[in-house]
Ligand binder design. Structure first.
Ligand SMILES: Cc1cc2nc3c(=O)[nH]c(=O)nc-3n(C[C@H](O)[C@H](O)[C@H](O)COP(=O)(O)O)c2cc1C
Length: 366
């Protein structure tokens, strides 16, 4: 029997330009967030939060909503995390009944609770198991099969072998976060390793890690020759980033934003993330987790972050927003394209104890 022909990747929105993707982020990239991002300029591709795969798992309903009710018009890849071959194949069958652009495998999650189960980033220690998982998934996915990986677990010993496995199993798209699992989220990103992946992998590669702005995206694409960029935390800070990337890639001026527009973004995010029955205080606390990132572009001293963290109610939160983003001439001030240096989203929380539970907004800083 002739081998099935490879399925082409969905075209990007800018013919010939680098691709853009919103990075999968647990507790963040749900339906509400994807809708808000799309309002400001959708990425070419979305990736869901990871579906956990094990003997008792069924695709989580709230994650399925980000596929089934997605009206952004952009393709959504469903991400899996797991290591049991039978249950991975079963989950693929279940997910293929939904409108997914493809199936993505998580080989990067650095949370000890996750990697100790030998899934996510934990698998990077064990290329033989990766070989079997990629083989199973490739056989189960008739369409696009993609992988998101870090450059190693403790070190990069297996990097070339892992890339060879990506080739051997005809992975269609590879996203590379240029850090090891042990490096978590804050060390320098090794773009030289992303360039090595681009040179060795037969499929297109998306460069991921600390792409803070459109200018940075263009710089990383030039440096690595990647097919595009995948952006996570800096899209929470700046949801216009994909539109700004497209402008820069096309040689047009980068659209600038004012703090008044940031105030509107916060309001839109607040309304989009309202859930019936969610107590106001809990909703405000949830908003603070996004605003930890947004605040990095508001002022150089971190004054917005300081005041925002003390808000206890919706009205309290929006009066902080009005004070910092609208009053006394703030409305017309420019929202920084880059995060202000030294303004940290959540200081001192990247300890092994703090990140034990997963890749979540509770624990990850920028
Ligand atoms: C809150 C949060 C949740 C994350 N959840 C996931 C996830 O579910 N799957 C995954 O592959 N990576 C996850 N990541 C990693 C991101 O996709 C991305 O690789 C990382 O944040 C580096 O990119 P950035 O510097 O653009 O944020 C998460 C990151 C954050 C900050």
């Amino acid at each position: 029997m002739a081998a099935a022909l490879p399925v082409p990747l969905p075209p990007g929105q800018q013919a010939g330009g680098p691709l853009t993707a919103l990075a999968p982020m647990q507790d963040v990239t749900d339906l509400a967030f994807m809708r808000v991002i799309a309002h400001y300029g959708a990425p070419d591709y979305f990736f869901t939060e990871f579906f956990r795969v094990h003997a008792q798992s069924r695709p989580e309903k709230h994650i399925l909503r980000s596929i089934d009710e997605n009206t952004t018009g952009r393709p959504v890849f469903a991400q899996l995390i797991g290591e049991d071959l039978g249950h991975l194949a079963r989950t693929v069958d279940e997910l293929l009944r939904h409108n997914v652009a493809g199936i993505d495998l998580n080989l990067g999650c650095p949370a000890p609770k996750v990697y100790k189960k030998n899934v996510g980033g934990g698998l990077l220690r064990d290329p033989d198991t990766v070989d079997r998982i990629l083989g199973t998934l490739r056989a189960a996915v008739p369409g696009l099969f993609t992988v998101k990986m870090r450059i190693g677990f403790e070190d990069t010993t297996h990097f070339n072998r892992l890339l060879d496995l990506v080739n051997a199993h005809r992975v269609d798209l590879l996203s590379v976060h240029g850090r090891t699992v042990k490096e978590m989220y804050r060390s320098e990103v090794r773009y030289d390793f992303i360039a090595r992946a681009v040179a060795r992998a037969r499929c297109p590669v998306l460069a991921n890690g600390n792409i803070t702005s459109a200018a940075r995206a263009a710089g990383v694409v030039a440096e690595t020759r990647a097919a595009g960029v995948m952006i996570g935390r800096h899209a929470i800070r700046n949801p216009w980033i994909f539109q700004q990337c497209r402008a820069l890639f096309a040689g047009a001026p980068i659209p600038r934003l004012t703090l008044a527009e940031v105030r509107d973004y916060i309001e839109r995010l607040y309304r989009a993330t309202e859930v019936p029955g969610l107590p106001e205080r809990d909703h405000v606390n949830k908003m603070k987790k996004y605003l930890n990132f947004v605040g990095q572009g508001v002022d150089a001293t971190g004054a917005f972050l300081h005041d925002m963290r003390r808000a206890e109610s919706e009205s309290g939160l929006f009066s902080v927003c009005d004070r910092h983003l609208v009053a006394a001439g703030a409305a017309a001030r420019e929202f920084s394209l880059e995060p202000y240096p030294g303004v940290i989203a959540r200081p001192n929380c990247e300890t092994p104890a703090a990140i034990a539970d997963g890749c979540s907004l509770e624990t990850v800083t920028a």
